[in-house]
Write a protein that binds this ligand. Sequence first.
Ligand SMILES: Cc1cc2nc3c(=O)[nH]c(=O)nc-3n(C[C@H](O)[C@H](O)[C@H](O)COP(=O)(O)OP(=O)(O)OC[C@H]3O[C@@H](n4cnc5c(N)ncnc54)[C@H](O)[C@@H]3O)c2cc1C
Length: 461
Amino acid sequence: MTIRAASSHQLASRLRSRLDGRVVGPQDPGWDEARRAWNLAVDQHPAVVARPGSADDVVAVVEVAHSYGLRVAAQGSGHGAAPRGSLEGSVLVDMSGMNAVEIDPHNRLARIQAGAQWQDVVGPAAKHGLAGLSGSAGDVCVTGYALGGGAGWMVRRYGLAAGSIRAVDVVTADGRLLRASADSEPDLLWALRGGGGSFGVVTALELDLFAVPELYAGVLFWPQERAAEVLEAWREWTTDLPEEMTSLGRLVNVPLLEEIPEPLRGRSFAVVEAAWIGDEAGGSEQLAPLRELGPEIDTFAPIAPPGLAELHMDPPEPVPSAGDGMLLADFPSEAIAAVVEAAGPGTNSPLVSLEIRHLGGAVDTAAPEDGAFAAVDAPYLLFAVGTVMAPQAKQAVELRLDRVRSALAPWDGGRLLTFAERPDATGGLFPDHVERRLRELKTAYDPEDVIQANHEIRPAA
Ligand SMILES: Cc1cc2nc3c(=O)[nH]c(=O)nc-3n(C[C@H](O)[C@H](O)[C@H](O)COP(=O)(O)OP(=O)(O)OC[C@H]3O[C@@H](n4cnc5c(N)ncnc54)[C@H](O)[C@@H]3O)c2cc1C
């Protein structure tokens, strides 16, 4: 449904009369800023943008949107905006104004409002020697990340972030503010742990924190010409590692940008990044086989958990990008050869990064009751991405993503929501029995399909 200018103006006024937070309509100054996603390649045109300041504001947005026959699309940062598209006929609920964080060291819990980013959590948690299951970038919102699975730097030791969700405050499509926990609405909690944002607008979360006094983490760089050798050695290395070590093998084409330090700027590398939960001596012992390959640069050092956000060299500001990912049922030498042939040295690949993350360990031990996507039984995960400053660049990146995906099709192990960035990846995201249960719950909590997630679970017809 699209909404005419007059109705949009009326809708904005109606929302303003009910909300303490900010409301921006298409005619208002600041509209382009308000409708923006972190991924600047996504052009969102919602009917209006509401920026709630409280759970009551969120209830008001859901009620008003529903009365206009509009859908409701919650956004934390817009890192995962690509699969959701233009948002025509929806109210965009920008949660970034609700970002309070409280650390409860006694119970090892973080209580956060739904717009909090990981960088709001990791510093305060580290003051108590605690860490949450954050991912590679500090400005990703905890909510979208954890609802979609969330594979971070300690995933092999403590599992996916979805499994660390203890309780969720959520406004459902009928405007009720519910608390989903083991004791109340346990089915809803199950769906929210990895089933994504289809079940309501989350206003707050409680997440487990873990005692992580020290880490030894860093990056090893080799010239990309050695990609096959490095990826082979890395894969071999991952087959017998303690759960305390989480790592990834990666091909990086570093952009030619002035702000990037000289030794990296404009060059192509094969890279291993890793985080060891423990001290330098233990981490170094584990890393020895990789160091024998003689990396050109070795940045490993003891760090506190907030330092993990620097490891992956993610862009510090919003960028236009196109990416996609898949779980890999295996990563044998044939798959390594396929990766190198599709996007390795000499292929003129427009991808900034192609990475293979090592899973296993605690990731595959969660029980089905722990959450819709609390466990993954694939040992590796691929994610590839390119920046797309212009339409031609987008086409080149998309074609290369297709090429990578088809080259790795023999090892396709499914998807993890947080690494599925294309709309065409929305089918087959869950095993059939999980998808069935998620649809039943969507039908129970949102029969009219008001809530619009980036990866949608639809109510039963
Ligand atoms: C640079 C970068 C680094 C990343 N690193 C990792 C990583 O290490 N590990 C990993 O697993 N993923 C990673 N991701 C993927 C990221 O976790 C997903 O894009 C995630 O969806 C981002 O959540 P968000 O809330 O920040 O983004 P958004 O785009 O705002 O949200 C994504 C979706 O989450 C849902 N959602 C968000 N907030 C709410 C809410 N309050 N209520 C209901 N639903 C909500 C909605 O369905 C929304 O469409 C990375 C992405 C980028 C771009």
